[in-house]
Design a protein. Structure first.
Length: 71
């Protein structure tokens, strides 16, 4: 399963302002990766995941349709 789906299903979300929210409803901190993208780090079922915020935001908006249109 793709990590954006795993993180979304665990309850993590992005607000309309682009801020990451934890599965407990708290504002999360993020870092900037080498490419200039903001990244969150989360732990789901004991496994650590790093994900670009815009990927979670896109999945939150478009759902599985986003994944079906990838090449």
């Amino acid at each position: 399963m793709k990590k954006d789906i795993i993180i979304y299903n665990a309850g993590y979300r992005i607000t309309l302002n682009g801020d990451p929210i934890s599965n407990k409803g708290n504002l999360m901190s993020f870092t900037i990766n080498n490419n200039g993208y903001p990244v969150i780090g989360v732990r789901v079922n004991g496994k650590r995941y790093n994900l670009n915020i815009h990927r979670l935001q896109a999945y939150q908006k478009f759902g599985d349709e986003l994944l079906c249109n990838r090449r």
